[in-house]
Design a protein around this ligand. Structure first.
Ligand code: HEM
Length: 409
């Protein structure tokens, strides 16, 4: 146990966010050392400012549930250079509830929540099963080897969110390309702006089309059944739609491909899942915890001076809550670096925590619970088609995962 710290004791000098991974499935090793020695540590941001990094499960959850911290991305520093999503200084932040505080956030969240309940998501299951089966059929027809990202992990969540929102899947080339650019860490300013403008124009066009021909999709319903006293404007609808579209396909897609890679590299766990399909609920939670694809965590800005874990965070400072580190905290998860698909449920933070906790988590869960077992059933001899070290990892993207996953069977 650590000696008690007082707000007045001097923390070590600020350092940049550790981003280098040794093992593709483990967060950067320095995060573990910080969690043990300096769990609320000084962070140096690429913009020259300093702030804080939280690495303990307890502190991460406390800050994400604390309304003295704001989610306003425009006031926050970015933990990694060129963080296009975060640094979007565009005028089109309407509807982007992920960067809003109450009461604005509350209004949008209420409008959306009823579309994402456990019950609504379960109703989607038969359609998701069909989509998964169609893609497995196509893979089988094409024969091995194949890229699991292009042929399975990316199209399935993409198609599901398109149908849910009412976005024509034929337009995927546009929105997938724009999203990929916006999630890249190394894109130059001009490329980012072009992708952002293109996606925005696309969403506005879609909203206009839905106004002309309202339908029963989520966007259509928001137009039709919105609050009559405060109907949603075009920019708000486009902003809500854009957030759901971007968050809805990239995240689950990366969990499906990275999760499969992790299973293939842990044969005894894979075998356990194959032998006991009932394990899938726990397996999905464990993969979410173990892989924590929102790899740089989430940011908050202190609205006032707040003490966290014995350190004094000043009003206006940015705090980075490392979800990846919190999910490997040995105080909370015994043997945290082991992938143990039978691990009892224990409040991981892969979906965040507090009022911004992932709106789409039930959808992501249903997709994963259908897709992993169906893939394993269809291909009993599924294996990597390249040596494990040769899989290109998404170290250069805001959402972690694999760029490609060559597989055979
Ligand atoms: C928020 C992760 C899938 C929509 C979040 C947050 C995390 C997260 C960590 C919190 C961000 C913060 O506190 O700043 C994930 C992971 C997913 C996933 C790991 C897949 C495995 C989805 C899907 C959708 C979605 C499928 C859409 C249908 C959203 C939205 C928010 C959000 C709209 C913002 C909620 C708010 O601000 O109130 N997600 N997500 N996510 N996610 Fe997800």
């Amino acid at each position: 146990t650590l000696p008690p710290r007082t707000p007045s004791s001097q923390p070590p000098a600020p350092a940049p966010l550790p981003t280098h991974r040794g093992c593709p499935f483990d967060p950067p090793g320095e995060l573990g050392a910080l969690r043990e020695e300096e769990p609320v540590s000084r962070l140096a941001f690429p913009d020259g400012k300093t702030g804080w990094l939280l690495t303990r499960h307890e502190d991460v959850r406390a800050v994400l549930a604390d309304d003295r911290f704001s989610s306003d991305r425009l006031r926050a520093s970015s933990p990694v250079r060129r963080f296009p999503l975060l640094r979007s200084e565009s005028p089109d932040l309407a509807g982007s509830l992920i960067g809003m505080d109450p009461p604005q956030h509350t209004r949008y969240r209420h409008l959306l929540t009823r579309h994402f309940t456990v019950r609504r998501m379960r109703e989607l299951a038969p359609r998701i099963e069909q989509i998964v089966a169609d893609h497995l059929d196509a893979m089988e027809r094409g024969g091995p080897p194949t890229d699991l990202v292009a042929d399975f992990a990316r199209p399935i969540p993409s198609l599901v969110i398109c149908e849910l929102l009412g976005v024509p899947y034929e337009d995927r080339a546009t929105f997938q390309r724009c999203t990929a650019t916006l999630l890249r860490l190394d894109a130059d300013e001009q490329t980012v702006r072009a992708a952002r403008d293109e996606l925005w124009a696309y969403m506005l066009g879609l909203v206009a089309a839905k106004r002309d021909h309202p339908d029963d999709t989520l966007l259509g319903t928001l137009i039709r059944d919105g609050d009559p006293d405060a109907p949603l404007g075009d920019a708000e609808l486009a902003g809500l739609g854009r957030l759901l579209l971007v968050a809805g396909h990239e995240t689950t897609a990366n969990m499906l491909a990275l999760g499969t890679y992790a299973l293939l590299c842990h044969p005894e766990q894979l075998r356990a899942l194959r032998e006991d399909p009932e394990l899938v609920d726990r397996a999905v939670e464990e993969l979410l915890r173990y892989l924590t694809i929102v790899q740089f965590g989430t940011v908050r800005v202190a609205r006032e001076d707040v003490e966290v874990g014995g350190r004094l965070i000043r009003a206006g400072e940015t705090v980075v809550a490392s979800l990846a580190s919190a999910n490997r905290d040995p105080e909370h998860f015994p043997d945290p670096d082991e992938l143990d698909l039978a691990r009892p449920p224990a409040q991981h933070v892969a979906f965040g925590h507090g009022i911004h906790q992932c709106l789409g988590q039930q959808l992501a869960r249903v997709e994963m619970k259908i897709a992993y077992p169906a893939l394993l059933r269809r291909f009993p001899a599924l294996d990597l088609a390249v040596p494990p070290g040769r899989v290109p990892m998404r170290d250069d993207m805001f959402i972690y995962g694999v760029h490609r996953l060559p597989v055979t069977w």
